[in-house]
Design a protein around this ligand. Structure first.
Ligand SMILES: Cc1cc2nc3c(=O)[nH]c(=O)nc-3n(C[C@H](O)[C@H](O)[C@H](O)COP(=O)(O)O)c2cc1C
Length: 411
């Protein structure tokens, strides 16, 4: 049992007051048991120096903020306008409480599921994020290796800094391929065919950035950065070399600039995409019942309820709050996944109880990646998996099928 697990074991053991755990808990401020930012001011917490020392995923955020140049951290952290959607994503979890069922045999917790014909060992999925070398030199390869050792489904962005073939090689299994629309259909078609040839069984079309996003926090961080701050999807910098040097999925497609937005995109686009591929088609970025119904009517295979981690529009509407109407509109016809703001096992549990099949994680694994590379991503996944298993035990729900609406309530 590693140091962190041992400390956690002691923290719930009735023996804790009778033991002197050789200074293990000595760094914990008096009166505080969890080291959670919810209860301890950030200034009291030392930065962790090893993934093993993390109490929760926020410990990685503090390190990421320290080690990344401001512009890169800003790209990761930003929401839009005054970051109201970012806050709404987190606030939504506080409105939902858990209803524990006691005296259920939870000796064995089983988090396996079936999703779009694939057997998964966990409902925790790695969300697509572009150019991950911005956060660690190993970039998407480190994430793929962590996805492999910890057996998580990985969705790869078409803004990946490492080719899909190399990422699949590192993961040892296919990834799902996420696609931003492109105004040049031939570029898009070449990319889709390449992903399919590489073995991706699913294409995830992101539909929430077509109107652009006013990322004020990012611009403020850029203003604080006096070094070369080329990063991510910013198309105003590095324009000439972006496609050739940094975005392998655009190579040999004829693209001269990447282009991630298509303001003219309508439902007709989905039909066109389905016509050129046999991959299953998932839409990422749906938040309303109207769109959920249209998606079903247009033959979409699954949805990801997402507001791009609060980075698309300043709706002020958390995804956990939009989930119920999407679930209702879909009426069990296709699986619904969700992301945006998930940081704890209880967050994941709440979405599953509302009917989500799986939950995608964005920033937490990027914090782990920035802080410690592959082992940071692995520990973030470990923590979330461990927290989910714990809350499943606490709620008397040993399998995912046991997690239903009766296990939650609304304040
Ligand atoms: C730095 C960063 C880059 C992202 N890049 C992409 C991307 O390339 N494609 C995409 O569909 N979503 C992208 N997203 C959104 C994530 O897939 C996901 O929806 C979001 O991060 C989930 O919210 P969370 O970060 O609060 O967990 C990005 C998010 C971040 C933070």
């Amino acid at each position: 049992m590693n140091r962190r697990r041992f400390a956690q074991f002691l923290a719930t053991s009735p023996l804790i007051f009778g033991l002197n755990p050789s200074g293990l808990l000595a760094s914990t401020p008096p009166g505080v048991s969890s080291g959670s930012p919810a209860s301890v001011s950030d200034s009291l917490l030392a930065l962790i120096t090893s993934p093993d020392d993390a109490q929760d995923v926020f410990d990685f955020q503090r390190v990421a903020k320290q080690v990344l140049p401001p512009a890169r951290y800003g790209f990761l952290a930003t929401g839009t306008d005054g970051d109201e959607t970012l806050r709404a994503n987190r606030a939504a979890f506080e409105k939902v409480y858990l209803r524990a069922l006691r005296m259920v045999d939870t000796a064995n917790i089983d988090t396996r599921l079936e999703l779009l014909g694939q057997e998964l060992s966990s409902p925790i999925v790695i969300a697509p994020v572009g150019i991950q070398r911005n956060y660690h030199p190993d970039g998407e390869l480190a994430t793929a290796r962590a996805a492999s050792t910890h057996d998580h489904l990985q969705i790869l962005s078409n803004a990946t800094g490492i080719s899909i073939e190399d990422v699949i090689d590192a993961r040892g299994r296919p990834v799902w391929f996420q696609l931003f629309p492109n105004s040049n259909w031939s570029v898009l078609e070449k990319m889709v065919k390449r992903a399919e040839k590489a073995g991706a069984p699913v294409v995830v079309l992101t539909v929430d950035l077509n109107a652009g996003a006013n990322r004020v926090t990012l611009m403020r961080y850029i203003g604080m950065d006096d070094r070369d701050s080329s990063f991510g999807h910013d198309q105003t910098r590095d324009k000439d070399s972006l496609v050739e040097d940094r975005l392998p999925m655009f190579q040999d497609t004829g693209a001269t600039t990447p282009g991630f937005q298509l303001p003219g995109m309508t439902w007709e686009f989905v039909g066109r995409l389905k016509n050129i591929t046999s991959m299953k088609v998932v839409l990422k970025g749906i938040v309303t019942a109207e769109d959920a119904r249209s998606a079903v009517q247009h033959g979409v295979d699954a949805l990801i309820v997402s507001n791009h981690g609060g980075r698309a529009e300043a709706s002020g509407w958390g995804t956990l709050d939009s989930l119920p109407e999407v679930i209702k509109a879909v009426d069990g016809e296709i699986p619904v996944m969700i992301d945006s703001g998930f940081r704890r096992g209880t967050d994941i549990f709440k979405a599953l109880a509302m009917g989500a099949k799986a939950v995608c994680i964005g920033r937490p694994y990027l914090w782990g990646l920035a802080a410690f590379g592959q082992s940071g991503v692995e520990m973030v996944l470990d923590i979330l998996k461990w927290e989910l298993a714990m809350v499943m035990g606490q709620m008397g729900t040993p399998t995912l099928k046991d997690i239903g609406p009766e296990r939650i309530g609304r304040h």
